[in-house]
Write a protein that binds this ligand. Sequence first.
Ligand code: A2P
Length: 336
Amino acid sequence: RTVNVAVVGATGAVGETMLKILAERDFPIDRLHLLASERSAGEKAEFGARRIVVEDLATFDPAGIDIALFSAGGSVSREYAPKFAAAGAVVIDNSSAFRQDDDVPLVVAEVNPDAARDRPRGIIANPNCSTMQMLVALAPIHRAVGIERINVATYQSVSGTGRRALEELGRQTAGMLNFQEARPEVYPVQIAFNVIPHGGDFCDNGYTTEEMKLVWETRKILGDDSIAVNATVVRVPVFYGHSEAVHLETREKLSAADARALLAAAPGLEVVDTPEPGGYPTPVTHASGNDPVYVGRIREDISHPRGLALWVVADNIRKGAALNAVQLAELVLAER
Ligand code: A2P
């Protein structure tokens, strides 16, 4: 049985990958609508072997759409997702617009898939990319021994910021190698050959919005408000793939060997962990273009009796956004 699908933000970094993944996984599509702003309406985008004309979201009639995948930013979601839901579509929203709402489930396919069924507003929220990969790795540990506290530093690629940020890193890198000055536009300071301890906006408590997402999204998805989370979000000059240095304190002690075995058997994860040069995942060697979340550098924290340290890497556009959205669409499909 096939369904009618709309991809909103189809010309963006995430939207384009949603199309790729829908085709790769043979998602059973009847009609497919690619939607974006009027700027790109009329252009053609690739879907498998087909080329499909992009339509203007503002004038599109959502009647008959079964599943809508949104990735066009928070304000577009706030305006249009309720309209698509009212027309009968299940909306899977990649923005942060609805993530905090109690009547919108926030779902990682491998972690809390059952939560996707309870969606009174017809909207399912896709978590932030950094939370997504961290929880694929940490949920099995939380279930086995309980997690008391998480301390995470991220090394986030520019693709998470969107297409203009990918272009900015490329342009600045090429320019600087040709002795030109970097002119920051998307990021507040130069991103080429630099690292920037800033993602999103600054909050009153001194943290950034991207850091606070790791705090409350973790609690909502794991369904445990007692988990303490401390995050530092850093943007690095990598095109695709986020990395995270995760330190956690568990309720019961878990040895590194037991953690390795637990994670090796968990869904969506691949353990790459041998103590030798290259025996760990990186964005370029493992994550970029691939589906799994990769975990390495698993070790017992020498500074804490119940501490564990891990290195978690994933393609932020795939598992961190487009892949999980398509997995959620598959869950919705399986209900029929
Ligand atoms: P467009 O290409 O027409 O601007 P990214 O995050 O990679 O920058 O992509 C953002 C996506 O969201 C693009 O597909 C972009 O379409 C789309 N988008 C941005 N603003 C709007 C809008 N007001 N209405 C519809 N689509 C939008």
